[in-house]
Design a protein around this ligand. Structure first.
Ligand SMILES: [Zn+2]
Length: 257
Protein backbone atom coordinates (compact mmCIF):
# COMPACT_ATOMS: atom_id res chain seq x y z
CA UNK A 1 0.00 0.00 0.00
CA UNK A 2 1.28 3.44 -0.91
CA UNK A 3 1.86 5.91 1.92
CA UNK A 4 -0.37 8.93 1.44
CA UNK A 5 0.70 10.81 4.55
CA UNK A 6 3.72 11.03 6.76
CA UNK A 7 3.31 12.33 10.31
CA UNK A 8 6.25 14.18 11.86
CA UNK A 9 6.48 14.17 15.65
CA UNK A 10 8.10 17.09 17.46
CA UNK A 11 9.71 16.50 20.82
CA UNK A 12 11.86 18.73 23.01
CA UNK A 13 13.42 17.52 26.25
CA UNK A 14 13.77 14.12 27.94
CA UNK A 15 14.82 14.11 31.59
CA UNK A 16 14.17 12.04 34.72
CA UNK A 17 12.83 15.15 36.50
CA UNK A 18 10.91 17.57 34.31
CA UNK A 19 9.67 20.02 36.95
CA UNK A 20 6.22 20.29 35.36
CA UNK A 21 7.54 21.37 31.95
CA UNK A 22 4.90 20.08 29.47
CA UNK A 23 7.54 19.75 26.71
CA UNK A 24 9.72 17.47 28.82
CA UNK A 25 9.08 13.72 28.96
CA UNK A 26 10.42 11.31 31.53
CA UNK A 27 12.33 8.39 29.98
CA UNK A 28 9.52 6.16 31.24
CA UNK A 29 6.82 8.16 29.44
CA UNK A 30 8.89 8.37 26.27
CA UNK A 31 9.52 4.61 26.28
CA UNK A 32 5.79 3.91 26.77
CA UNK A 33 4.97 6.20 23.83
CA UNK A 34 7.50 4.56 21.50
CA UNK A 35 6.51 1.03 22.49
CA UNK A 36 2.84 1.95 22.02
CA UNK A 37 3.54 3.12 18.48
CA UNK A 38 5.59 0.00 17.75
CA UNK A 39 2.77 -2.25 18.98
CA UNK A 40 0.31 -0.38 16.75
CA UNK A 41 2.51 -1.17 13.74
CA UNK A 42 4.29 2.17 13.38
CA UNK A 43 7.99 2.53 12.62
CA UNK A 44 10.19 5.63 12.69
CA UNK A 45 11.83 6.51 9.38
CA UNK A 46 15.13 8.24 8.63
CA UNK A 47 15.00 11.88 7.48
CA UNK A 48 16.27 10.97 4.00
CA UNK A 49 13.38 8.57 3.43
CA UNK A 50 10.89 11.25 4.43
CA UNK A 51 12.50 13.79 2.07
CA UNK A 52 12.62 11.28 -0.80
CA UNK A 53 8.93 10.60 -0.25
CA UNK A 54 8.18 14.35 -0.29
CA UNK A 55 10.03 14.54 -3.62
CA UNK A 56 7.88 11.68 -4.92
CA UNK A 57 10.90 9.42 -5.23
CA UNK A 58 10.19 6.81 -2.56
CA UNK A 59 7.30 4.85 -1.16
CA UNK A 60 7.98 4.07 2.49
CA UNK A 61 4.81 2.00 2.87
CA UNK A 62 2.23 2.57 5.60
CA UNK A 63 2.91 3.27 9.27
CA UNK A 64 6.04 5.34 8.87
CA UNK A 65 6.62 8.54 10.80
CA UNK A 66 9.49 10.93 11.44
CA UNK A 67 10.81 11.64 14.93
CA UNK A 68 12.30 15.08 15.58
CA UNK A 69 13.77 16.73 18.67
CA UNK A 70 14.19 20.49 18.89
CA UNK A 71 16.94 22.40 20.76
CA UNK A 72 19.46 19.54 21.30
CA UNK A 73 19.20 18.80 25.01
CA UNK A 74 21.81 16.57 26.59
CA UNK A 75 18.97 14.54 28.13
CA UNK A 76 17.84 13.37 24.70
CA UNK A 77 21.21 11.67 24.14
CA UNK A 78 21.39 10.34 27.71
CA UNK A 79 17.83 9.06 28.08
CA UNK A 80 16.02 9.07 24.71
CA UNK A 81 18.56 7.70 22.25
CA UNK A 82 19.05 4.37 24.10
CA UNK A 83 15.27 3.78 23.97
CA UNK A 84 15.27 4.45 20.22
CA UNK A 85 18.33 2.24 19.67
CA UNK A 86 16.55 -0.64 21.40
CA UNK A 87 13.82 -0.34 18.75
CA UNK A 88 16.27 0.33 15.92
CA UNK A 89 14.57 3.66 15.26
CA UNK A 90 16.30 6.74 13.78
CA UNK A 91 15.61 10.37 14.74
CA UNK A 92 16.57 13.89 13.71
CA UNK A 93 17.83 16.51 16.16
CA UNK A 94 17.59 20.23 15.41
CA UNK A 95 20.46 21.97 17.18
CA UNK A 96 21.14 25.57 18.23
CA UNK A 97 24.63 25.66 16.73
CA UNK A 98 25.87 28.74 18.61
CA UNK A 99 24.96 27.32 22.03
CA UNK A 100 26.56 23.86 21.94
CA UNK A 101 27.77 22.85 25.40
CA UNK A 102 25.88 25.74 27.00
CA UNK A 103 22.37 26.15 28.40
CA UNK A 104 19.04 26.90 26.76
CA UNK A 105 19.14 30.58 27.77
CA UNK A 106 16.04 31.42 25.67
CA UNK A 107 13.76 29.53 28.06
CA UNK A 108 12.08 31.70 30.64
CA UNK A 109 10.90 28.75 32.67
CA UNK A 110 13.35 26.65 34.64
CA UNK A 111 16.40 28.83 33.95
CA UNK A 112 17.72 26.80 31.04
CA UNK A 113 18.86 23.22 30.53
CA UNK A 114 22.10 21.70 29.37
CA UNK A 115 22.58 21.41 25.61
CA UNK A 116 24.75 18.87 23.79
CA UNK A 117 28.38 19.87 23.35
CA UNK A 118 30.50 19.15 20.27
CA UNK A 119 31.51 15.70 21.53
CA UNK A 120 27.86 14.86 22.14
CA UNK A 121 26.91 15.95 18.62
CA UNK A 122 29.67 13.80 17.10
CA UNK A 123 28.52 10.88 19.25
CA UNK A 124 24.97 11.25 17.91
CA UNK A 125 26.18 11.24 14.32
CA UNK A 126 28.43 8.25 14.99
CA UNK A 127 25.39 6.37 16.32
CA UNK A 128 23.48 7.13 13.10
CA UNK A 129 21.26 10.03 14.18
CA UNK A 130 20.68 13.02 11.93
CA UNK A 131 21.74 16.50 13.01
CA UNK A 132 20.11 19.56 11.44
CA UNK A 133 19.70 23.27 12.17
CA UNK A 134 17.57 25.14 14.70
CA UNK A 135 19.26 28.51 14.15
CA UNK A 136 22.45 29.87 15.72
CA UNK A 137 21.15 31.44 18.96
CA UNK A 138 17.48 30.37 18.93
CA UNK A 139 16.47 33.93 17.97
CA UNK A 140 12.90 34.36 16.76
CA UNK A 141 13.68 34.73 13.05
CA UNK A 142 10.45 36.62 12.29
CA UNK A 143 11.45 39.31 14.77
CA UNK A 144 14.90 39.95 13.24
CA UNK A 145 14.34 43.18 11.30
CA UNK A 146 18.00 43.32 10.29
CA UNK A 147 18.60 41.21 7.14
CA UNK A 148 22.26 40.63 8.02
CA UNK A 149 21.36 39.18 11.43
CA UNK A 150 18.74 36.94 9.89
CA UNK A 151 21.24 35.70 7.33
CA UNK A 152 23.81 35.06 10.08
CA UNK A 153 21.38 33.01 12.19
CA UNK A 154 20.68 30.79 9.20
CA UNK A 155 24.11 30.52 7.60
CA UNK A 156 26.33 30.33 10.69
CA UNK A 157 24.22 27.49 12.05
CA UNK A 158 24.42 25.47 8.85
CA UNK A 159 28.16 26.04 8.46
CA UNK A 160 29.05 25.16 12.04
CA UNK A 161 27.03 21.95 11.99
CA UNK A 162 28.43 20.93 8.61
CA UNK A 163 31.99 21.54 9.84
CA UNK A 164 31.29 19.51 12.96
CA UNK A 165 29.54 16.54 11.38
CA UNK A 166 31.14 16.48 7.92
CA UNK A 167 27.75 16.12 6.26
CA UNK A 168 25.36 18.48 4.52
CA UNK A 169 22.77 20.37 6.56
CA UNK A 170 19.83 21.22 4.29
CA UNK A 171 16.98 21.18 6.80
CA UNK A 172 16.01 23.64 9.51
CA UNK A 173 13.33 23.78 12.20
CA UNK A 174 12.41 27.41 12.85
CA UNK A 175 12.89 28.47 16.49
CA UNK A 176 9.42 28.79 18.09
CA UNK A 177 8.11 27.43 14.78
CA UNK A 178 7.78 31.04 13.64
CA UNK A 179 8.16 31.82 9.98
CA UNK A 180 6.90 34.11 7.25
CA UNK A 181 7.64 34.67 3.58
CA UNK A 182 10.76 36.74 4.28
CA UNK A 183 12.24 34.16 6.67
CA UNK A 184 11.44 31.35 4.24
CA UNK A 185 13.20 33.00 1.31
CA UNK A 186 16.19 33.91 3.52
CA UNK A 187 16.37 30.25 4.61
CA UNK A 188 16.31 29.12 0.99
CA UNK A 189 19.10 31.57 0.12
CA UNK A 190 21.12 30.33 3.10
CA UNK A 191 21.12 26.83 1.60
CA UNK A 192 18.11 25.13 3.19
CA UNK A 193 15.85 23.03 1.00
CA UNK A 194 13.43 21.93 3.70
CA UNK A 195 12.08 23.63 6.80
CA UNK A 196 9.82 22.48 9.61
CA UNK A 197 7.35 24.73 11.39
CA UNK A 198 4.81 23.86 14.07
CA UNK A 199 1.60 23.85 12.03
CA UNK A 200 -0.16 20.56 12.69
CA UNK A 201 -1.43 18.15 10.06
CA UNK A 202 0.08 15.63 7.71
CA UNK A 203 2.78 16.18 5.18
CA UNK A 204 1.91 15.10 1.69
CA UNK A 205 3.69 15.78 -1.56
CA UNK A 206 2.61 19.32 -2.42
CA UNK A 207 2.91 20.71 1.12
CA UNK A 208 5.23 23.77 1.13
CA UNK A 209 8.79 22.41 1.67
CA UNK A 210 9.63 25.56 3.66
CA UNK A 211 6.74 25.08 6.09
CA UNK A 212 6.48 21.36 6.79
CA UNK A 213 3.90 20.18 9.31
CA UNK A 214 4.68 18.69 12.71
CA UNK A 215 2.69 17.32 15.62
CA UNK A 216 3.48 18.77 19.04
CA UNK A 217 4.01 15.88 21.47
CA UNK A 218 3.84 16.59 25.18
CA UNK A 219 4.36 14.90 28.52
CA UNK A 220 0.60 14.61 28.99
CA UNK A 221 0.22 12.41 25.91
CA UNK A 222 -0.31 8.83 27.01
CA UNK A 223 0.35 6.10 24.43
CA UNK A 224 -3.30 6.06 23.37
CA UNK A 225 -3.62 9.78 22.86
CA UNK A 226 -0.30 9.77 21.00
CA UNK A 227 -1.60 7.11 18.60
CA UNK A 228 -4.66 9.22 17.93
CA UNK A 229 -2.50 12.28 17.22
CA UNK A 230 -0.39 10.29 14.76
CA UNK A 231 -3.41 8.72 13.15
CA UNK A 232 -5.42 11.89 12.68
CA UNK A 233 -2.60 14.39 12.20
CA UNK A 234 -3.81 16.67 14.95
CA UNK A 235 -2.37 18.14 18.14
CA UNK A 236 -5.67 17.41 19.83
CA UNK A 237 -5.61 13.69 20.54
CA UNK A 238 -8.86 13.59 22.47
CA UNK A 239 -11.29 10.83 21.62
CA UNK A 240 -14.17 13.20 20.80
CA UNK A 241 -12.08 14.99 18.15
CA UNK A 242 -11.15 11.65 16.61
CA UNK A 243 -14.81 10.68 16.30
CA UNK A 244 -15.55 14.01 14.62
CA UNK A 245 -12.79 13.26 12.12
CA UNK A 246 -14.42 9.96 11.18
CA UNK A 247 -17.83 11.58 10.82
CA UNK A 248 -16.35 14.22 8.52
CA UNK A 249 -14.62 11.57 6.44
CA UNK A 250 -17.87 9.66 6.03
CA UNK A 251 -19.74 12.83 5.07
CA UNK A 252 -17.05 13.69 2.51
CA UNK A 253 -17.34 10.23 1.02
CA UNK A 254 -21.09 10.59 0.54
CA UNK A 255 -20.73 14.04 -0.94
CA UNK A 256 -18.05 13.00 -3.43
CA UNK A 257 -20.02 10.09 -4.88
ZN1 LIG B 1 13.48 25.51 20.05
Amino acid sequence: MKATRFPVLMYHRIAPRCGGDPWCLSPRRFRAQMQGLARAGYRAAPLDLFLDWMRGEADPGPGRFLLTFDDGYQGVLDHGIPILEALGWPATLFLVAGRLGLGSDWERRGGGHRLLDEAGVRELVRRGFSVQSHGFTHADLNALADDARLEHELTASRQRLEALTGSAVRTIAYPYGRTDGRVQSAAREAGYEWAFGVRSGFNRPGVDPMDLRRLDIRAGDGPRRLRRKVRFGTNDGRLRTSLQYYIQRIQQRFMST
